[in-house]
Design a protein around this ligand. Structure first.
Ligand SMILES: [Ca+2]
Ligand SMILES: [Ca+2]
Length: 110
């Protein structure tokens, strides 16, 4: 069976529209590792938030407890994340991972 140029063009357009549709409908990566209080910044307030959540029965990091707290990208929410943030904020230490980096390492955060 031989495809005409018109058929080939139509198939190409359909394939492109399917690719674009799936790319546009994908959910944005909305977890910000290190932004434990979900205010858009990564700073000392997040350090306090993580410490209070761990040791003073404060609210869990939000909106996704592990991903939002995991500044050191080890897949866990613990004091190491507060230490990592202190180094990042005050000593120009390594930045927390991006959402995409976290998801690539640990999978879905929902
Ligand atoms: Ca924050
Ligand atoms: Ca961690």
């Amino acid at each position: 069976m031989r495809l005409s140029k018109l058929s080939l063009t139509l198939l190409t357009l359909i394939a492109l529209s399917l690719i674009l549709t799936s790319a546009l409908s994908a959910e944005p990566c909305d977890c910000r590792p290190g932004d434990a209080n979900s205010d858009g910044d990564k700073n000392v307030a997040d350090v306090v938030y993580i410490i209070e959540s761990l040791f003073k029965w404060g609210p869990a990091p939000t909106p996704y407890p592990v991903c939002s707290a995991d500044a050191n990208n080890d897949g866990r929410w613990n004091a190491g994340d507060a230490i990592h943030l202190i180094n990042y904020v005050f000593k120009h230490g390594p930045r927390p991972p991006t959402c995409e980096e976290w998801v690539e390492t640990w999978g879905d955060y929902h």
